[in-house]
Design a protein around this ligand. Structure first.
Ligand SMILES: [Zn+2]
Length: 451
Protein backbone atom coordinates (compact mmCIF):
# COMPACT_ATOMS: atom_id res chain seq x y z
CA UNK A 1 0.00 0.00 0.00
CA UNK A 2 1.31 3.43 -0.94
CA UNK A 3 2.11 5.80 1.92
CA UNK A 4 1.87 8.78 -0.43
CA UNK A 5 -1.29 10.79 0.03
CA UNK A 6 -3.49 11.21 -3.03
CA UNK A 7 -4.82 14.68 -3.76
CA UNK A 8 -7.55 15.68 -6.21
CA UNK A 9 -8.91 19.09 -7.10
CA UNK A 10 -12.32 19.14 -8.73
CA UNK A 11 -12.85 22.64 -10.09
CA UNK A 12 -15.84 24.46 -11.44
CA UNK A 13 -18.72 22.19 -10.44
CA UNK A 14 -22.27 22.99 -9.38
CA UNK A 15 -22.64 21.10 -6.12
CA UNK A 16 -26.12 19.83 -5.26
CA UNK A 17 -26.82 20.31 -1.56
CA UNK A 18 -29.96 20.38 0.50
CA UNK A 19 -30.43 23.72 2.25
CA UNK A 20 -33.50 24.00 4.51
CA UNK A 21 -34.96 20.93 2.82
CA UNK A 22 -34.55 22.24 -0.74
CA UNK A 23 -31.90 20.96 -3.14
CA UNK A 24 -29.86 23.86 -4.45
CA UNK A 25 -26.79 24.36 -6.59
CA UNK A 26 -23.63 26.12 -5.47
CA UNK A 27 -20.73 26.74 -7.86
CA UNK A 28 -17.62 25.57 -5.98
CA UNK A 29 -14.23 23.89 -6.14
CA UNK A 30 -13.60 20.78 -4.04
CA UNK A 31 -10.33 19.51 -2.63
CA UNK A 32 -10.11 15.79 -1.84
CA UNK A 33 -7.36 14.10 0.15
CA UNK A 34 -7.17 10.30 0.21
CA UNK A 35 -10.82 10.04 -0.79
CA UNK A 36 -12.10 12.49 1.82
CA UNK A 37 -13.46 15.99 1.12
CA UNK A 38 -11.17 18.44 2.92
CA UNK A 39 -12.23 21.79 1.40
CA UNK A 40 -15.19 23.25 -0.49
CA UNK A 41 -14.56 26.85 -1.54
CA UNK A 42 -15.47 29.38 -4.22
CA UNK A 43 -11.95 29.04 -5.55
CA UNK A 44 -9.21 26.56 -4.73
CA UNK A 45 -5.83 26.21 -6.38
CA UNK A 46 -3.88 23.24 -7.63
CA UNK A 47 -0.81 22.14 -5.67
CA UNK A 48 1.97 19.81 -6.70
CA UNK A 49 1.04 16.10 -7.02
CA UNK A 50 -2.63 16.95 -7.27
CA UNK A 51 -4.88 15.39 -9.87
CA UNK A 52 -6.81 18.22 -11.51
CA UNK A 53 -10.28 17.85 -13.04
CA UNK A 54 -12.20 20.72 -14.59
CA UNK A 55 -15.89 20.00 -14.11
CA UNK A 56 -16.83 22.61 -16.73
CA UNK A 57 -19.80 23.81 -14.66
CA UNK A 58 -21.41 20.35 -14.59
CA UNK A 59 -23.72 19.20 -11.82
CA UNK A 60 -22.20 17.24 -8.93
CA UNK A 61 -24.59 15.06 -6.92
CA UNK A 62 -23.84 12.83 -3.95
CA UNK A 63 -23.84 9.20 -5.12
CA UNK A 64 -27.15 7.37 -4.83
CA UNK A 65 -27.56 4.71 -2.13
CA UNK A 66 -29.54 1.55 -2.99
CA UNK A 67 -30.52 -0.16 0.26
CA UNK A 68 -31.76 -3.51 -1.08
CA UNK A 69 -30.67 -5.38 -4.19
CA UNK A 70 -29.79 -9.00 -5.09
CA UNK A 71 -26.79 -8.39 -7.32
CA UNK A 72 -26.09 -12.03 -8.22
CA UNK A 73 -29.31 -12.19 -10.29
CA UNK A 74 -28.33 -9.37 -12.65
CA UNK A 75 -27.34 -11.67 -15.52
CA UNK A 76 -30.97 -12.81 -15.85
CA UNK A 77 -32.20 -9.36 -16.84
CA UNK A 78 -35.82 -9.36 -17.96
CA UNK A 79 -36.56 -12.99 -17.09
CA UNK A 80 -39.04 -12.08 -14.39
CA UNK A 81 -40.95 -9.07 -15.69
CA UNK A 82 -44.24 -11.00 -15.61
CA UNK A 83 -43.58 -12.92 -12.41
CA UNK A 84 -45.35 -12.69 -9.08
CA UNK A 85 -43.65 -13.61 -5.78
CA UNK A 86 -44.49 -17.35 -6.04
CA UNK A 87 -42.93 -17.44 -9.54
CA UNK A 88 -39.81 -15.72 -8.24
CA UNK A 89 -39.49 -18.11 -5.31
CA UNK A 90 -40.09 -21.13 -7.50
CA UNK A 91 -37.99 -20.22 -10.55
CA UNK A 92 -35.23 -17.87 -9.37
CA UNK A 93 -34.65 -19.34 -5.93
CA UNK A 94 -36.04 -22.84 -6.53
CA UNK A 95 -34.65 -23.70 -9.96
CA UNK A 96 -31.90 -21.24 -10.94
CA UNK A 97 -30.14 -20.65 -7.61
CA UNK A 98 -29.16 -24.33 -7.05
CA UNK A 99 -27.48 -24.38 -10.47
CA UNK A 100 -25.42 -21.24 -9.96
CA UNK A 101 -21.68 -21.87 -9.99
CA UNK A 102 -19.16 -19.66 -8.17
CA UNK A 103 -18.13 -18.28 -11.56
CA UNK A 104 -21.74 -17.36 -12.39
CA UNK A 105 -22.09 -15.68 -8.97
CA UNK A 106 -18.88 -13.72 -9.55
CA UNK A 107 -19.87 -12.36 -12.94
CA UNK A 108 -23.52 -11.81 -12.00
CA UNK A 109 -22.55 -9.86 -8.88
CA UNK A 110 -19.89 -7.90 -10.77
CA UNK A 111 -22.37 -7.01 -13.53
CA UNK A 112 -24.88 -5.92 -10.89
CA UNK A 113 -22.35 -3.69 -9.14
CA UNK A 114 -21.29 -2.14 -12.46
CA UNK A 115 -24.93 -1.52 -13.39
CA UNK A 116 -25.27 0.36 -10.10
CA UNK A 117 -22.18 2.47 -10.76
CA UNK A 118 -23.29 3.30 -14.29
CA UNK A 119 -26.62 4.47 -12.83
CA UNK A 120 -24.86 6.70 -10.27
CA UNK A 121 -25.43 4.30 -7.37
CA UNK A 122 -22.17 4.43 -5.43
CA UNK A 123 -23.34 2.39 -2.41
CA UNK A 124 -25.45 -0.75 -2.40
CA UNK A 125 -26.73 -3.17 0.23
CA UNK A 126 -26.24 -6.47 -1.59
CA UNK A 127 -28.57 -9.20 -0.27
CA UNK A 128 -26.63 -12.31 -1.31
CA UNK A 129 -28.74 -15.43 -0.76
CA UNK A 130 -26.57 -17.59 -3.00
CA UNK A 131 -24.03 -18.86 -0.44
CA UNK A 132 -24.18 -22.44 -1.80
CA UNK A 133 -20.52 -23.23 -0.98
CA UNK A 134 -17.56 -21.30 0.49
CA UNK A 135 -16.45 -20.74 -3.13
CA UNK A 136 -19.77 -19.03 -3.93
CA UNK A 137 -19.26 -16.74 -0.93
CA UNK A 138 -15.71 -15.90 -1.95
CA UNK A 139 -16.86 -15.19 -5.52
CA UNK A 140 -19.59 -12.77 -4.39
CA UNK A 141 -17.24 -10.89 -2.05
CA UNK A 142 -14.47 -10.75 -4.66
CA UNK A 143 -16.89 -9.33 -7.26
CA UNK A 144 -17.97 -6.55 -4.90
CA UNK A 145 -14.39 -5.71 -4.00
CA UNK A 146 -13.23 -5.83 -7.64
CA UNK A 147 -16.06 -3.57 -8.80
CA UNK A 148 -14.98 -0.55 -6.74
CA UNK A 149 -18.48 0.05 -5.35
CA UNK A 150 -19.14 0.81 -1.67
CA UNK A 151 -21.25 -2.02 -0.30
CA UNK A 152 -22.72 -3.88 2.59
CA UNK A 153 -22.38 -7.54 1.70
CA UNK A 154 -25.45 -9.23 3.15
CA UNK A 155 -24.23 -12.78 3.88
CA UNK A 156 -27.34 -14.86 3.24
CA UNK A 157 -28.30 -18.51 3.11
CA UNK A 158 -27.43 -21.15 0.48
CA UNK A 159 -29.54 -21.15 -2.68
CA UNK A 160 -29.46 -24.95 -2.78
CA UNK A 161 -33.10 -25.54 -1.79
CA UNK A 162 -35.74 -22.86 -1.44
CA UNK A 163 -37.96 -25.40 0.32
CA UNK A 164 -35.44 -26.05 3.07
CA UNK A 165 -34.07 -22.53 3.45
CA UNK A 166 -37.33 -20.58 3.09
CA UNK A 167 -40.98 -21.42 3.89
CA UNK A 168 -40.92 -21.76 7.71
CA UNK A 169 -37.35 -23.02 7.51
CA UNK A 170 -35.97 -24.85 10.50
CA UNK A 171 -32.37 -24.46 9.36
CA UNK A 172 -30.18 -22.04 11.27
CA UNK A 173 -28.18 -19.43 9.39
CA UNK A 174 -24.86 -21.02 8.32
CA UNK A 175 -22.20 -21.02 11.02
CA UNK A 176 -19.72 -20.15 8.25
CA UNK A 177 -20.76 -16.51 8.81
CA UNK A 178 -18.20 -16.42 11.61
CA UNK A 179 -15.37 -17.55 9.32
CA UNK A 180 -16.48 -15.17 6.57
CA UNK A 181 -16.45 -12.28 9.07
CA UNK A 182 -12.96 -13.19 10.25
CA UNK A 183 -11.39 -13.94 6.87
CA UNK A 184 -12.78 -11.19 4.65
CA UNK A 185 -13.92 -8.26 6.79
CA UNK A 186 -11.27 -6.88 9.08
CA UNK A 187 -10.90 -3.22 8.10
CA UNK A 188 -13.46 -0.85 9.58
CA UNK A 189 -12.85 1.68 6.77
CA UNK A 190 -12.93 -0.83 3.90
CA UNK A 191 -15.33 -0.12 1.05
CA UNK A 192 -17.08 -3.48 1.43
CA UNK A 193 -18.43 -4.31 4.88
CA UNK A 194 -20.44 -7.30 6.07
CA UNK A 195 -24.07 -7.64 7.16
CA UNK A 196 -26.19 -10.70 7.93
CA UNK A 197 -29.10 -11.34 5.53
CA UNK A 198 -31.44 -13.63 7.49
CA UNK A 199 -34.88 -15.09 6.73
CA UNK A 200 -36.66 -13.70 9.82
CA UNK A 201 -40.14 -14.67 11.07
CA UNK A 202 -41.81 -14.73 7.62
CA UNK A 203 -39.46 -17.30 6.11
CA UNK A 204 -38.12 -19.25 9.09
CA UNK A 205 -39.35 -20.36 12.50
CA UNK A 206 -39.02 -18.14 15.55
CA UNK A 207 -36.43 -20.53 16.95
CA UNK A 208 -34.33 -19.96 13.86
CA UNK A 209 -34.96 -16.20 13.91
CA UNK A 210 -33.88 -16.02 17.55
CA UNK A 211 -30.67 -17.89 16.71
CA UNK A 212 -29.92 -15.86 13.59
CA UNK A 213 -30.39 -12.48 15.28
CA UNK A 214 -28.16 -13.61 18.15
CA UNK A 215 -25.53 -14.64 15.60
CA UNK A 216 -25.64 -11.22 13.92
CA UNK A 217 -25.34 -9.50 17.28
CA UNK A 218 -22.44 -11.69 18.38
CA UNK A 219 -20.65 -10.76 15.17
CA UNK A 220 -21.65 -7.07 15.58
CA UNK A 221 -23.23 -6.97 12.12
CA UNK A 222 -26.25 -5.09 10.77
CA UNK A 223 -29.07 -7.61 10.19
CA UNK A 224 -31.57 -7.48 7.34
CA UNK A 225 -34.69 -9.56 6.56
CA UNK A 226 -37.70 -9.47 4.21
CA UNK A 227 -40.81 -8.54 6.23
CA UNK A 228 -44.41 -7.41 5.84
CA UNK A 229 -44.67 -9.03 2.41
CA UNK A 230 -48.15 -9.71 1.03
CA UNK A 231 -50.13 -12.33 2.96
CA UNK A 232 -47.00 -13.32 4.90
CA UNK A 233 -47.21 -10.05 6.82
CA UNK A 234 -50.67 -10.74 8.22
CA UNK A 235 -50.05 -14.48 8.67
CA UNK A 236 -46.81 -14.32 10.68
CA UNK A 237 -47.14 -10.94 12.46
CA UNK A 238 -43.34 -10.82 12.39
CA UNK A 239 -42.79 -7.45 14.07
CA UNK A 240 -45.13 -8.33 16.92
CA UNK A 241 -43.35 -11.66 17.38
CA UNK A 242 -39.98 -9.90 17.49
CA UNK A 243 -41.40 -7.32 19.92
CA UNK A 244 -42.78 -10.00 22.24
CA UNK A 245 -39.37 -11.63 22.43
CA UNK A 246 -37.63 -8.29 22.91
CA UNK A 247 -35.59 -8.81 19.75
CA UNK A 248 -36.22 -5.50 17.97
CA UNK A 249 -33.32 -3.05 17.79
CA UNK A 250 -31.53 -0.39 15.78
CA UNK A 251 -29.40 -3.07 14.08
CA UNK A 252 -32.45 -4.57 12.31
CA UNK A 253 -33.42 -3.61 8.77
CA UNK A 254 -36.70 -4.71 7.20
CA UNK A 255 -37.11 -4.94 3.44
CA UNK A 256 -40.60 -4.00 2.12
CA UNK A 257 -42.93 -3.63 5.14
CA UNK A 258 -45.98 -3.19 2.88
CA UNK A 259 -48.28 -4.91 5.35
CA UNK A 260 -46.85 -3.45 8.54
CA UNK A 261 -49.63 -2.18 10.83
CA UNK A 262 -49.51 1.16 12.64
CA UNK A 263 -48.57 -0.83 15.73
CA UNK A 264 -45.70 -2.51 13.85
CA UNK A 265 -44.39 0.85 12.66
CA UNK A 266 -44.63 2.28 16.19
CA UNK A 267 -42.59 -0.68 17.50
CA UNK A 268 -39.90 -0.18 14.85
CA UNK A 269 -39.78 3.57 15.50
CA UNK A 270 -39.44 3.00 19.24
CA UNK A 271 -36.54 0.58 18.82
CA UNK A 272 -34.63 2.35 16.02
CA UNK A 273 -34.93 -0.17 13.16
CA UNK A 274 -34.95 0.85 9.50
CA UNK A 275 -36.95 -0.04 6.38
CA UNK A 276 -36.00 -0.60 2.72
CA UNK A 277 -38.71 0.09 0.13
CA UNK A 278 -38.39 -1.45 -3.34
CA UNK A 279 -41.39 0.06 -5.11
CA UNK A 280 -41.45 -1.55 -8.53
CA UNK A 281 -40.95 -5.15 -7.44
CA UNK A 282 -43.35 -4.74 -4.51
CA UNK A 283 -46.14 -3.63 -6.86
CA UNK A 284 -45.30 -6.16 -9.57
CA UNK A 285 -44.94 -9.26 -7.46
CA UNK A 286 -47.88 -8.91 -5.08
CA UNK A 287 -45.79 -7.81 -2.11
CA UNK A 288 -47.99 -4.75 -1.73
CA UNK A 289 -48.25 -1.01 -2.20
CA UNK A 290 -45.20 0.88 -0.86
CA UNK A 291 -45.94 2.34 2.56
CA UNK A 292 -43.63 5.33 2.35
CA UNK A 293 -45.81 8.11 3.80
CA UNK A 294 -46.77 6.05 6.84
CA UNK A 295 -43.14 5.09 7.45
CA UNK A 296 -42.10 8.74 7.21
CA UNK A 297 -44.94 9.72 9.58
CA UNK A 298 -43.22 7.50 12.18
CA UNK A 299 -39.79 9.08 11.45
CA UNK A 300 -38.33 5.64 10.71
CA UNK A 301 -35.10 5.71 8.65
CA UNK A 302 -36.10 4.57 5.17
CA UNK A 303 -34.29 4.15 1.87
CA UNK A 304 -35.07 2.93 -1.65
CA UNK A 305 -33.80 -0.12 -3.52
CA UNK A 306 -34.37 -1.88 -6.84
CA UNK A 307 -34.30 -5.39 -5.27
CA UNK A 308 -34.76 -7.81 -8.16
CA UNK A 309 -33.35 -6.26 -11.33
CA UNK A 310 -34.51 -9.26 -13.35
CA UNK A 311 -37.99 -7.81 -12.89
CA UNK A 312 -37.53 -4.08 -12.79
CA UNK A 313 -35.45 -1.05 -13.62
CA UNK A 314 -32.04 -0.72 -11.96
CA UNK A 315 -32.29 3.07 -12.05
CA UNK A 316 -32.70 4.90 -8.75
CA UNK A 317 -34.56 7.77 -10.41
CA UNK A 318 -37.07 5.30 -11.91
CA UNK A 319 -37.69 3.75 -8.49
CA UNK A 320 -38.06 7.16 -6.83
CA UNK A 321 -40.51 8.43 -9.43
CA UNK A 322 -42.60 5.30 -9.13
CA UNK A 323 -42.90 5.43 -5.34
CA UNK A 324 -43.55 9.17 -5.39
CA UNK A 325 -46.39 9.04 -7.90
CA UNK A 326 -47.94 5.94 -6.31
CA UNK A 327 -48.05 7.64 -2.92
CA UNK A 328 -49.53 10.75 -4.49
CA UNK A 329 -52.22 8.76 -6.30
CA UNK A 330 -53.12 7.14 -2.99
CA UNK A 331 -53.50 10.50 -1.25
CA UNK A 332 -55.52 11.87 -4.15
CA UNK A 333 -57.85 8.87 -4.13
CA UNK A 334 -58.62 9.59 -0.47
CA UNK A 335 -59.42 13.25 -1.27
CA UNK A 336 -61.59 12.31 -4.23
CA UNK A 337 -63.46 9.75 -2.14
CA UNK A 338 -64.15 12.55 0.33
CA UNK A 339 -65.64 14.58 -2.52
CA UNK A 340 -62.97 17.17 -3.21
CA UNK A 341 -60.28 17.56 -5.84
CA UNK A 342 -56.75 17.15 -4.41
CA UNK A 343 -54.89 20.44 -4.25
CA UNK A 344 -51.51 19.45 -2.80
CA UNK A 345 -48.89 16.72 -3.00
CA UNK A 346 -47.70 15.60 0.40
CA UNK A 347 -44.49 14.00 -0.83
CA UNK A 348 -42.20 16.34 -2.75
CA UNK A 349 -39.27 15.74 -5.08
CA UNK A 350 -36.80 17.33 -2.64
CA UNK A 351 -37.71 14.82 0.06
CA UNK A 352 -37.54 11.87 -2.35
CA UNK A 353 -34.07 12.84 -3.56
CA UNK A 354 -32.94 12.94 0.07
CA UNK A 355 -34.17 9.35 0.55
CA UNK A 356 -31.94 8.22 -2.34
CA UNK A 357 -28.85 9.82 -0.79
CA UNK A 358 -28.65 10.72 2.90
CA UNK A 359 -31.76 8.67 3.71
CA UNK A 360 -30.20 5.50 2.31
CA UNK A 361 -26.93 6.29 4.09
CA UNK A 362 -28.79 6.45 7.42
CA UNK A 363 -30.45 3.08 6.75
CA UNK A 364 -27.01 1.55 6.21
CA UNK A 365 -25.43 3.33 9.20
CA UNK A 366 -23.09 5.24 6.89
CA UNK A 367 -24.40 8.80 7.28
CA UNK A 368 -21.15 10.05 8.82
CA UNK A 369 -19.29 8.94 5.67
CA UNK A 370 -21.62 9.37 2.70
CA UNK A 371 -25.01 10.71 1.55
CA UNK A 372 -24.11 14.38 1.06
CA UNK A 373 -21.26 16.53 -0.23
CA UNK A 374 -19.66 18.02 2.87
CA UNK A 375 -16.24 18.46 4.45
CA UNK A 376 -15.15 15.27 6.20
CA UNK A 377 -17.33 13.00 4.03
CA UNK A 378 -16.09 10.52 1.46
CA UNK A 379 -15.82 11.62 -2.17
CA UNK A 380 -18.70 9.51 -3.57
CA UNK A 381 -19.98 11.69 -6.42
CA UNK A 382 -21.93 11.65 -9.68
CA UNK A 383 -20.98 14.24 -12.30
CA UNK A 384 -23.93 14.97 -14.58
CA UNK A 385 -23.92 16.98 -17.77
CA UNK A 386 -27.59 17.35 -18.68
CA UNK A 387 -28.64 18.71 -22.06
CA UNK A 388 -30.49 21.56 -20.47
CA UNK A 389 -29.00 24.37 -18.39
CA UNK A 390 -30.49 23.39 -15.06
CA UNK A 391 -29.69 26.75 -13.47
CA UNK A 392 -32.67 28.07 -15.38
CA UNK A 393 -35.13 25.29 -14.59
CA UNK A 394 -38.00 26.80 -12.64
CA UNK A 395 -39.08 23.51 -11.03
CA UNK A 396 -35.80 23.28 -9.13
CA UNK A 397 -33.03 20.71 -9.22
CA UNK A 398 -34.95 17.74 -7.81
CA UNK A 399 -37.90 18.47 -10.11
CA UNK A 400 -35.58 18.56 -13.08
CA UNK A 401 -33.98 15.23 -12.19
CA UNK A 402 -37.33 13.52 -11.76
CA UNK A 403 -38.68 14.73 -15.08
CA UNK A 404 -35.63 14.78 -17.34
CA UNK A 405 -32.83 12.64 -15.90
CA UNK A 406 -31.38 10.06 -18.26
CA UNK A 407 -28.54 7.64 -17.47
CA UNK A 408 -26.63 9.02 -20.47
CA UNK A 409 -26.31 12.32 -18.56
CA UNK A 410 -23.95 10.63 -16.08
CA UNK A 411 -20.41 11.37 -17.21
CA UNK A 412 -18.27 10.48 -14.22
CA UNK A 413 -18.76 8.56 -10.98
CA UNK A 414 -16.29 8.46 -8.10
CA UNK A 415 -16.33 6.18 -5.08
CA UNK A 416 -13.99 7.03 -2.20
CA UNK A 417 -12.28 9.58 -4.43
CA UNK A 418 -11.52 6.98 -7.11
CA UNK A 419 -12.93 7.38 -10.60
CA UNK A 420 -15.04 4.33 -11.51
CA UNK A 421 -17.17 5.58 -14.41
CA UNK A 422 -15.89 7.85 -17.18
CA UNK A 423 -17.96 8.94 -20.19
CA UNK A 424 -20.75 6.69 -18.89
CA UNK A 425 -18.74 3.44 -18.78
CA UNK A 426 -16.64 1.54 -16.26
CA UNK A 427 -12.94 2.41 -16.47
CA UNK A 428 -11.98 -1.12 -15.34
CA UNK A 429 -14.41 -3.54 -17.00
CA UNK A 430 -16.32 -4.04 -20.24
CA UNK A 431 -19.92 -4.85 -19.30
CA UNK A 432 -20.51 -6.36 -22.74
CA UNK A 433 -17.59 -8.76 -22.13
CA UNK A 434 -19.09 -9.74 -18.76
CA UNK A 435 -22.49 -10.34 -20.40
CA UNK A 436 -20.78 -12.50 -23.03
CA UNK A 437 -19.03 -14.42 -20.26
CA UNK A 438 -22.35 -14.94 -18.48
CA UNK A 439 -23.94 -16.22 -21.70
CA UNK A 440 -21.11 -18.77 -22.05
CA UNK A 441 -21.53 -19.86 -18.42
CA UNK A 442 -25.26 -20.11 -18.90
CA UNK A 443 -24.99 -22.39 -21.92
CA UNK A 444 -22.34 -24.58 -20.24
CA UNK A 445 -23.44 -24.67 -16.63
CA UNK A 446 -27.03 -23.51 -16.25
CA UNK A 447 -28.66 -26.11 -18.43
CA UNK A 448 -32.24 -24.83 -18.25
CA UNK A 449 -31.72 -21.12 -18.65
CA UNK A 450 -30.25 -19.05 -21.41
CA UNK A 451 -29.11 -15.50 -20.82
ZN1 LIG B 1 -35.18 -8.80 -1.71
Amino acid sequence: MSLMKEFMLLKNVNIARQINGVWQLEKKDIHIEDGVIVAIEDQLFCCENTQFIDGGGALLLPGFVDVHRHLWETGFKGIGMDWTLPHYLQIMLGEIAPQMTPEAVYYGTLLGALECLEMGITTVWDWSHIMNTPEHTEAAIKALKDSGIRALFGYGTPGTSVWEWFYESQKFHPEAAKIVRKNYFNGSDDLVQMALAIRGPEYSTMQVTRHDIAMGRDLELPITMHMGCGTFGEKYQGIQQLAQENLLGSDLNFAHGNYFSQQDLACIAATGGSIAITPEVEMQMGIGFPKLSKILDHSIPVGIGADVVTSCSGSMIDQLRLVMQTERAFQHAIAIAEGHQPNANKLGTDQLLELATLGGAKVMGLESKIGSIAIGKKADFILLTPDQNIQNVSGGLAGYLFSAFQPKDIKMVWVDGKLQINAGSSISFSTSDIRRKLREISSNQLACFSL
